[in-house]
Design a protein around this ligand. Structure first.
Ligand SMILES: [Zn+2]
Length: 72
């Protein structure tokens, strides 16, 4: 079962490296939680000048990165 809704992560100003837990993976593979969250953890980067970006987890789920403080 794939979640239809997009995942988003608001990235604080000045932060360029993020680590996010893919909620879709969490829900699809609850057995991974027995090993901690390593299976669902995604590392991504967002350049300082970027207001928007994407990270893709190892299962192919896309997580939208939104730079806080620059929007609006
Ligand atoms: Zn995932």
């Amino acid at each position: 079962m794939i979640l239809a809704e997009e995942q988003t992560l608001v990235v604080p100003a000045r932060v360029t490296v993020v680590r996010v837990i893919c909620r879709a993976c969490e829900e699809e593979k609850p057995e991974q939680q027995a090993d901690g969250y390593f299976g669902a953890t995604v590392d991504g980067t967002l350049r300082l000048e970027d207001r928007h970006g994407w990270v893709t987890c190892r299962c192919g789920h896309r997580i939208e990165l939104i730079r806080a403080g620059l929007v609006r």
